[in-house]
Every structure is written in C-alpha cells, then in structure tokens.
Design a protein around this ligand. Structure first.
Ligand SMILES: [Zn+2]
Ligand SMILES: [Zn+2]
Length: 131
C-alpha cells in the first residue's frame, strides 16, 4: 500500500494504490489553501485509508473540509460529504513515492495560472542553476 505523510511526520497514512480518480487540480481554492500552483488529488474510500495522527480540519467551503497537519501545516486530505460521501481525496504529492499512482487528468483549467500551461517550455535544470 502506498504510504505518505506530512512534512514533520506527525500525520502518516497508507492508502490503496488503486484509486477512483487521480487528477491535478488548477482551481483557485486548492491554490490558496496550499500555496502551490496545482494540487494532485487521489480519491479513495474513507474506509480504505489508514491515518495515524489527527489532522486539523478547516471548512474551506459550505461542505468542503480540508485536513492538514496542525504542527507543520502540510495540507493532506479533502472531504465533502455532499459531493463524494464516504470518500476522501488525498494530496498525492505527500506520498513517499508520488509517481506510484498514475495521474489521469488535469481539472479546473479554467482557473489555471496562465504560465502553468507552458511550464514545460521553460529552461529546466536538474539542480539549482549555476549563479
Ligand atoms: Zn506535520
Ligand atoms: Zn481544486
């Protein structure tokens, strides 16, 4: 089972490698909540995931709940009992091996940062570029 954790390790989890959906979200809400230009989400059953530690929960919309580590601030999970009852969205970039679960789609591109669409065209360096 793929394993993941927050930055400080106070919250650890194990989830199935087979997920209902795995998508990279460009929405403004995800961006604001994480500080990242895009957030990848792997949707799985809330019963199938094992979570150690107790995340803090923030109501980011009427029914949306964002779960994060209260110690280090890493955002980890999203639940919404109206849109997907009994399921939990996992921020797959917090997996020990984030490439382990294949990604299927980009969503909410209507709200994507303009430069994200052409990011792959920028100069790329394996490490920090030489000064
Ligand atoms: Zn933490
Ligand atoms: Zn989003």
């Amino acid at each position: 089972m793929p394993k993941g954790q927050c930055h400080c390790g106070a919250i650890r989890y194990e989830m199935p490698g087979e997920v209902a959906h795995h998508a990279a979200c460009h929405c403004t809400d995800c961006r604001r909540a994480t500080g990242a230009p895009l957030v990848s989400w792997a949707l799985t059953s809330a019963e199938a995931i094992r979570i150690e530690g107790t995340p803090r929960v923030y109501a980011s919309s009427e029914h949306g709940r964002r779960h994060f580590c209260g110690d280090c601030g890493t955002s980890l999970f999203y639940t919404n009992e109206v849109i997907f009852p009994g399921m939990i969205d996992v921020q797959s970039a917090t997996l020990d091996d984030p490439g382990e679960i294949p990604i299927q789609a980009q969503i909410q591109t209507a709200e994507r940062i303009g430069w994200m669409a052409t990011l792959h065209e920028l100069p790329a360096f394996e490490r920090y570029p030489a000064p």
